[in-house]
Design a protein around this ligand. Structure first.
Ligand code: ME8
Length: 510
């Protein structure tokens, strides 16, 4: 038992939640549920990123004030997470008063430590990425190298963070802790980036250009660079810095006992540099411990095309949820993407994964519960289990290995394998034939007990990814809750009154 603090990125308040956001948030939710069920005290943080030029422009385009747009989008994201069964403990908004104070305090700490200076800046800025790029990065076409969008040339006064000072220390940290950035491909990418001299980081913008941001405590004509503002959310929610302390003390004071450092920052590979370079160096500069792990997952594309509003191929997780239920969406996303690698969304693959739930897990539950009703009046017999021991032990081991090692697709594949093996067990044991032979009553009892116990195990293994249906499965088995992992495989199912009910995963006509 321990404590576990995990985070998702805070998503830009300018866009609707889509399947990419849903993926990261569900991934975090699955891990949070898995840890809670292992007895950990979990803090699961998500939220939205509300400042900066991107939001300012999106609001103006819709005839709203930036805060009106953010209020609207906070509601949209929270509703989406509710519909997808997300169990976050805290939804942070960067316009919260507490966060404004903590950003000010973090900046004061950096300044007190002598890491901040003022200079003239000339460079290429991408509004869609909210960051500067070098001449080399934008190439002769002058487009931002990540999204391909336009960049604008900017010359202005900025405050800078001496990020270059921390280059060596960061490289040593990454090399000294091989699992700190996962997967290895991302770690190599960051080390490659750090192979070139690290530049200082511009941490402010003139208010005359961008008014929608957090003013610097010592120069209110400048607002905080939105990435510095956004990354700090992870510290705000941890409680390490007291937002109520007077500003001067906040800059220099002791850290409060808190949830900092985070155990896990989750994100897509698009924002690995900000999380694995900007963020740790800022923390070093402010004398705060570094997060324990950074996991950057792969990218969802649609078919073989990048998802984009202008192409009109953005996959809406809520539409899928309305049609198939939240658990089916969660299952598809977790099972289909090898954590860390890219994956492609197609309607066909979605249906195949949904069929897998229906035909393997759903069918197993339906057959088992129906046979218990038909042959034993709906009461699980009291008999020693007989069969599936090896399969269950193997599934449990592979499942733990998968989830502990952040290879969730492998863990859940092992759970589905067990369900498949249990269906095979029904075929071999032929309970319907046993039921016709009076002298085989005890074999039938053992068969039904084994199946009921396996279903109880499966409800536990599927709980993090399919919480609703797993809870329903446990109820139908007459259990008062989904068994914990450490209670497996011996679940006391004997004597329970089961209920067959409607299919766990209904057929969907498409
Ligand atoms: O970058 N495939 O916010 P954002 C997989 N506000 N994941 C995807 C995805 C896709 N196609 N599209 C989006 C920002 N994501 C900043 C973050 S954090 C301090 C500030 C997910 O709204 C993935 O997690 O652009 C990615 O990193 C994130 O959404 C980007 O969300």
């Amino acid at each position: 038992m321990g404590s576990f603090y995990l985070t998702t990125p805070i998503y830009y308040a300018s866009g609707e939640p889509h399947i990419g956001h849903a993926y990261t948030t569900i991934l975090a939710d699955v891990l949070a549920r898995y840890r809670r069920r292992a007895g950990d005290d979990v803090l699961f943080l998500t939220g939205i990123d509300e400042h900066g030029q991107k939001i300012q422009e999106a609001a103006a385009a819709q005839g709203l004030s930036p805060l009106e747009l953010c209020d609207l989008m906070a509601g949209r994201f929270e509703a989406a997470w509710d519909e997808l069964g997300i169990s976050h403990d805290r939804f942070i908004r960067t316009t919260e008063r507490e966060h404004l104070a903590v950003v000010g305090a973090l900046l004061e700490r950096l300044r007190a430590n002598g890491h901040i200076y003022e200079a003239e800046y000339t460079g290429w800025y991408s509004v869609s990425q909210e960051r500067y790029f070098t001449e080399k990065e934008i190439g002769p076409e002058r487009v931002d190298p990540i999204a391909g969008g336009p960049v604008v040339k900017i010359r202005e006064k900025n405050w800078f963070f001496r990020m270059s000072r921390f280059q060596e220390r960061l490289v040593r940290h990454i090399e000294g802790d091989p699992g700190w950035i996962a997967p290895a491909a991302r770690r190599n990418e960051v080390l490659g980036f750090l192979g070139r001299p690290l530049e200082d980081l511009s941490i402010s913008r003139p208010r005359s250009r961008i008014h929608w941001g957090i003013p610097l405590p010592w120069d209110p004509d400048q607002v905080t660079y939105v990435w510095v503002d956004a990354l700090t959310n992870y510290v705000t929610a941890s409680g390490a810095i007291d937002p109520a302390a007077p500003a001067a003390e906040r800059g220099f004071g002791e850290l409060r006992p808190s949830r900092w450092p985070a155990d896990l920052h989750l994100m897509g590979k698009d924002i690995i540099t900000t999380h694995a370079v900007y963020w740790p160096t800022l923390l070093m500069g402010a004398d705060l411990p570094l997060p324990r792990k950074i996991l950057a997952h792969g990218w969802w594309v649609v078919g073989d095309t990048k998802m984009s509003k202008s192409i009109g191929n953005v996959v809406d997780p809520l539409a899928l949820r309305d049609q198939f239920g939240a658990d089916a969406v969660r299952w598809y996303l977790m099972r289909e993407m090898s954590t860390g690698q890219d994956a492609s969304y197609t309607a066909e693959r979605f249906l195949t994964r949904h069929d897998e739930l229906r035909n393997i897990l759903g069918n197993l539950a339906h057959r088992t519960l129906s046979m218990i009703r038909r042959y034993r009046g709906g009461v699980v017999p009291s008999a020693p289990a007989d069969g599936l021991e090896t399969e269950t032990a193997a599934a449990l081991e592979a499942y733990r290995r998968g989830l502990d090692g952040y290879r969730l697709h492998e863990g859940f594949a092992a759970a589905m394998e067990l369900a498949r093996a249990a269906n095979g067990y029904i075929e071999t044991r032929e309970p319907w034939a046993l039921a016709r032979q009076l002298d085989r009553a005890s074999d039938l009892d053992a068969t039904l007990t084994t199946l009921a116990r396996t279903l109880a195990v499966l409800s536990s293994l599927f709980e993090p990814v399919a919480p609703k249906r797993s809870a329903e499965l446990a109820r139908r088995l007459g259990l008062d809750r989904v068994p914990l992992l450490r209670e497996l495989p011996e679940v006391a199912v004997a004597g329970r009154q089961v209920r067959v009910g409607k299919p766990l995963f209904p057929r969907v006509d498409v």
